[in-house]
Design a protein around this ligand. Structure first.
Ligand SMILES: [Zn+2]
Length: 105
């Protein structure tokens, strides 16, 4: 298995994209992170909000992950992560867990 990164960088969205971390919209005009590469023989593209990438790095640092494990927030972040994420990455927490303000029970 050999993974090859063909491109990784900051890109300004010209159209809406779905963030692969939080599954919410990346709106046009927003700078996001785009990665293009080959993993296990499959061509793939990954797009995410900048703060989602930072939150994913934090989830990794708090969790018990192998260096080669790739963290996907909507798969790997649990409700245990919600409290610190609301403090450190409030916008990410709102996208992942829903906004606490303005919600009706
Ligand atoms: Zn996101």
């Amino acid at each position: 298995m050999s993974d090859v990164c063909l491109f990784e960088g900051y890109v300004c969205a010209r159209v809406s994209h779905v963030c692969d971390h939080c599954t919410q919209w990346i709106m046009p005009g927003t700078t996001y992170i785009k990665s293009v590469g080959v993993a296990d023989g499959d061509f793939g593209m990954f797009k995410c909000h900048q703060d989602c990438a930072l939150a994913a790095a934090a989830v990794r640092s708090y969790g018990d992950y192998l260096p080669e494990e790739f963290i996907i927030l909507h798969n790997d972040a649990s409700c245990d992560d919600e409290e610190w994420m609301r403090k450190d990455f409030p916008a990410v927490a709102d996208r992942l867990f829903g906004s606490k303000e303005g919600t009706t029970a």
